[in-house]
Each structure stands twice: as C-alpha cells, then as structure tokens.
Design a protein around this ligand. Structure first.
Ligand SMILES: Nc1nc2c(ncn2[C@@H]2O[C@H](COP(=O)(O)OP(=O)(O)O)[C@@H](O)[C@H]2O)c(=O)[nH]1
Ligand SMILES: [Mg+2]
Length: 361
C-alpha cells in the first residue's frame, strides 16, 4: 500500500521525531541500527501535496524565499517590459525572449506567450495582471508533473535508485527522504553506492546515523556497487525494511562507464526482486539551468528514470528551468530541495511553485 501523502503522516502512524542535528563533515556519527516503530496500516491513496492546507503557509513562504532570486530576475524584466504597454506582437515577442532568458525553455515560453495572446492580445494590462496570468500559464504546464513519489512499504522494501551528476544533491536528497519516511514510521536503509569516494560513503553514513537508517557500506573503497546493492537488498528483505534508498556515483565525464555501472546495479537488484528498483529518481541541481535539461536527456538514455528531484532552489536564479523540464519531458517532479538541512525538502506543488516564481502570494 502506498503512503498517503509525501508530507502527511501515516494514518495512525508515529509522532514526528525531534529534528536530528546536522552532521559535521569531520565527525561521522556511528551507524545506528535502532529498530523503528512498526507503521500501522499504511493507507493507499497518494493525494497531491496541496491537500495539506494547514502546513501550506509555512511551506509556501519558504518556497517563495527560496525562489526569490529567480523571481526577482523574472518579474522585474517582465514587468518593466510590459508596464503600461499594449500587448501587441512586438511586446509578446519580447516577453517570449525574456522567458527563455529566465530558463523556461523555448517550448514552454512559446506556450505561455500563446496563452497570453489568446486572452489578452491588444489590451493594456497591469503589472499584477501580468504576473497572475503568467503564473496561471506556468501552473498549467507544471500541474501534470506535480506528482508525489509513491512509496509502497508492502514491497518490503520499496527500492529507490537515486541517480544524477556529481554534486547535484543525491546524497543530501537521500538523507532528506530518509528523514521524512523515518518520521512516518518506515524502516529505512541507505546504500552507499558511490563507492569510489570515501567522503561520499562517510557523508551518507553520518546521515544514516542521524536518521536511524540501516547503513550499507562498501567492503572497501571502490568495491563493486552492484555487489553492494545486491547484498544490501538481500539483507533489507531479510530484516523487513520498508524502504531502501540506493546512492550512486555520478561521474558523467565517463558516460559509458557510468551507464554500465548503473545498468549493472539494476540487473543485479532484479535478481533479488524482479520488480526493483521501483523508482529511479534523477536528482537535478536547479542552479545549473539548461544543463539540467541536458542531464535528463543523458540519464534517460542510460536508465528508466521514473521521476525527478530538483535541488538548490534556494538561492538559485534559475528556478524557471523546472518549467522547461516539465514541458520537455513530462516526467513527474516529486520533490524540491530548498536548503542543505535534512528538513529542507518539499513536495512539488504546481500552483505554489508557479505563483512563487512570479512573486505572488
Ligand atoms: N543550498 C542547497 N544546497 C544543497 C541542496 N541539496 C544539496 N545541497 C548541497 O550541495 C552539495 C552537494 O550535495 P551532495 O548531496 O553531496 O551531492 P551528490 O554528489 O549528488 O551526492 C552539498 O554541499 C549539499 O549540502 C539544496 O537543496 N540547497
Ligand atoms: Mg553523493
């Protein structure tokens, strides 16, 4: 059965645990193996995160703050472009260019401007009208992709393979997801599949300690990631874990070697559970703008990506790229990262994101 809601509690589930302290890079915490409470009857439905009305104000304020650099760049140019100006062909063309410059991509920018043309051509519009109308057009593009990641503990465990280029935030996102689902009462395991970098293994180990996740480490630096994944999944099954998050390397400069490694991990995982990995989460760094679009293309060639996590929306001036991603690939955007701490992960909500991007409440 699936979890009800990415940020909801499991029905009858455990109370939230106190926030763990953030790990210090130089002080790895010991691996903890403390058993987590059994979740009580996880419900089936996975409604969109918008359903959580009470939490909305806080989350929205954070999203808006996180997006503020993207918002400033986008709204300033749009408003100065259209201020007290009739929406003629020239104005709409300039609007399209501005949106492309703000990383929304050619196809999405065109679509937004066409929507704008249909409803407002020849009219003079106020700044607020422009922002609201653009937010509506953007929300329409984002709506279909704003889907929570469906975790099904009954798969015992549900396996999430986390892929992406080095530095995009894979390990941090695993920590954030682990914390979230541990708070929901799930038994979690982390697999340190980025075996070549000792620091990467240590980083995940620290997070595992703070999250009370089981931690599966390579036997030695550079050990075979597929072998590790096989052993980890076998052990996770035997131990009755609900969710196994598998970290991977992201050395994109050697594309064929990386592809071979990821495919091998998947092949080997399937020997334990034919249906695994149940999710392949591609982590993208919003600050890289159009580069993120390129990364989706490359990773889609390598593996069957089932959804996206977009990180570093705090302080990124390129949040508009999420719109380009939605338009171009239509892949579900499950979560967004808005900071380095383990609580800085949010479900992706289309309307909130669109309005936040336009600086609206
Ligand atoms: N500001 C910010 N930093 C992030 C976010 N996610 C990850 N980071 C930082 O980005 C850096 C790389 O993250 P890491 O998880 O190690 O990336 P990986 O190489 O893909 O595993 C680290 O310094 C993280 O703290 C985020 O949402 N916001
Ligand atoms: Mg990492």
């Amino acid at each position: 059965m699936a979890l009800r809601d990415f940020f909801g509690r499991l029905r009858g589930g455990s109370a939230p645990q106190p926030a763990p302290e953030e790990p210090q890079a130089d002080a790895p915490a010991p691996v903890q193996d403390a058993p987590l409470p059994e979740p009580e009857a996880p419900p089936v439905e996975t409604p969109p995160p918008e359903a959580e009305a009470p939490a909305k104000t806080g989350w929205f304020a954070r999203l808006k703050a996180g997006l503020s650099r993207s918002t400033a760049k986008l709204t300033e140019s749009v408003v100065s472009l259209l201020h007290k100006r009739r929406l003629d062909d020239e104005a709409l063309e300039e609007l399209e260019e501005t949106l492309i410059t703000a990383d929304l991509g050619v196809a999405a920018s065109r679509r937004i401007v066409e929507g704008f043309r249909r409803t407002r051509f020849g009219k003079e519009v106020t700044d607020e009208e422009v922002k609201a109308a653009l937010a509506d057009e953007i929300a329409a593009i984002l709506e279909p992709v704003a889907q929570p990641m469906e975790i099904i503990p009954a798969r015992a465990p549900h396996v999430v393979l986390v892929v992406g280029v080095n530095g995009t935030g894979k390990t941090t996102t695993i920590a954030k997801l682990g914390r979230h689902y541990a708070e929901q009462g799930l038994k979690i395991g982390f697999v340190a599949g980025d075996t070549f970098r000792a620091a990467a293994v240590e980083q995940l180990q620290v997070w595992a300690g703070r999250t009370s996740a089981r931690f599966f480490a390579p036997s030695k630096p550079g050990a075979d990631a597929a072998g590790l994944a096989f052993d980890a999944l076998s052990a996770a099954r035997a131990d009755g874990l609900d969710l196994l998050l598998v970290d991977t390397a992201g050395r994109l400069h050697n594309k064929s070697a990386l592809m071979e490694e990821l495919r091998k991990i998947i092949r080997v995982i399937k020997r334990v559970d034919e249906a695994a990995p149940h999710s392949v989460l591609l982590v993208l760094d919003a600050t890289t703008g159009q580069n993120a679009v390129q990364q989706v293309k490359v990773f889609k060639e390598m593996v069957d990506v089932t959804g996206l996590a977009v990180t570093k929306l705090d302080g990124s001036a390129k949040g508009g790229v999420v719109v380009a991603l939605a338009q171009e690939f239509g892949l579900p955007v499950h979560v967004v990262g808005v900071g380095e701490k383990s609580e800085d992960l949010r479900p992706f909500a289309a309307r909130d994101f669109a309005r936040g991007l336009m600086g609206l409440d």
